[in-house]
Design a binder for this molecule. Structure first.
Ligand SMILES: Cc1ncc(C[n+]2csc(CCOP(=O)(O)OP(=O)(O)O)c2C)c(N)n1
Ligand SMILES: [Mg+2]
Length: 323
């Protein structure tokens, strides 16, 4: 891993953010079979470094737009775990009043304008928000996360073009996990180097190891700085891998879409463990500190689940409000 470009206090915050994302989704896996969470779930397990390394650097009022695989982005940007769990459980106290479920979470108090399950649907929304910021001179920037599947859609190119043309403050973050559902990138795209596409629109594009949170932080810092000084958008291609099946809490190995060796290789590159080893080996944290973080996150999640389960369902007469 690259050298830390930030103080240890920040490293600890980033590590904690990654653990909160990982633990949130591990808890979903444990509870999902009870059939109380009835929405489909797309887990970001294995991809935590991208959300944590980028979003720790945004201000609360800055915008984030996300996808069907959104839990990490919400958590890293500051959404409350209890209102996220309540949303998963379809309760009135959920961040989308229990009417969105996992794929349609929003948390405007922390700049999370919305999440779209339409592949590439978030890109023009983020560009529109950024344009609004420029027109209103409110200095809010937008970060938009999307998968390699979004690059198959025309609106990806339109969004890059318009953002570049108007020099909009947008950070485009492509989480290239090499698959869109079960379709490998090489079966869909002529050029697998997504970051190169940005150059045709005169946007700087970089490719990084998305499982190295320090590399993510550094690339995002450059992109955010460009936005803040009015120099326009950037695109980051962060290469990573999802550990679970496309949708649901199981692994998909038995289905044969991905090879055992490929998945095993990425398990060894676990972003959380990697950063943990990095911090421990340099004496930046102690094992005791790690254990305390994990325990307190675990308790926080238990409280959030309790809150969700004890919350009421939305009343039938509110069916068409908030939508
Ligand atoms: C416009 C559109 N087409 C198809 C789908 C069905 N669909 C849902 S997720 C997905 C794959 C997305 O892959 P990617 O963008 O790489 O994100 P990942 O799931 O890998 O995080 C598809 C095809 C959709 N939701 N929207
Ligand atoms: Mg993908």
């Amino acid at each position: 891993m690259t050298r830390l470009p930030f103080p240890v206090t920040l490293a600890r915050k980033i590590y904690t953010s990654m653990v909160r994302i990982r633990s949130f989704e591990e808890r979903i896996c444990r509870l999902y079979s009870q059939q109380e969470m009835r929405c489909p779930v797309h887990l970001s397990t294995g991809q935590e470094a991208i959300a944590a390394g980028t979003l720790i650097q945004l201000r609360r009022q800055d915008y984030v737009v996300s996808t069907h695989r959104n839990h990490g982005h919400l958590i890293a940007k500051g959404a409350a775990l209890k209102s996220m769990f309540a949303e998963m459980y379809g309760r009135q106290t959920g961040c989308s009043r229990g009417k969105g479920g996992s794929m349609h979470m929003s948390f405007p108090q922390a700049g999370i304008a919305g999440t779209s399950a339409i592949v590439a649907g978030g890109l023009p929304i983020a560009v529109g928000l950024a344009w609004g910021s420029v027109l209103q001179k409110n200095r809010r920037i937008s970060a938009v996360f999307f998968g390699d599947g979004a690059v198959d859609e025309g609106t990806f190119y339109e969004s890059l073009n318009f953002a570049s043309l108007k020099k909009l403050p947008v950070v485009f973050v492509c989480e290239n996990n090499f698959y869109a559902t079960n379709s490998p990138q090489k079966a869909r795209q002529t050029n697998p180097r997504i970051h190169e596409i940005a150059r045709f629109f005169r946007i700087p594009g970089t490719c990084i190891d998305g499982n190295d949170v320090v590399a993510v932080y550094t690339a995002a810092a450059g992109a955010i700085e460009r936005c803040r000084k009015g120099a326009g958008p950037s695109l980051i291609e962060a290469r990573t891998f999802r550990w679970k099946t496309h949708v649901g809490v199981e692994s998909d190995l038995e289905k044969g879409f991905r090879r055992q060796e490929e998945v095993a290789l990425w398990f060894r590159r676990c972003p959380v463990k990697r950063f943990e080893r990095y911090l421990l080996s340099r004496g930046m944290v102690s094992q005791q500190w790690i254990d305390t973080v994990r325990e307190s996150v675990d308790k926080e999640i238990s409280r959030a689940v309790e809150f969700a389960r004890n919350s009421p369902y939305p009343r039938p007469e509110t069916e068409s409000t908030d939508v």
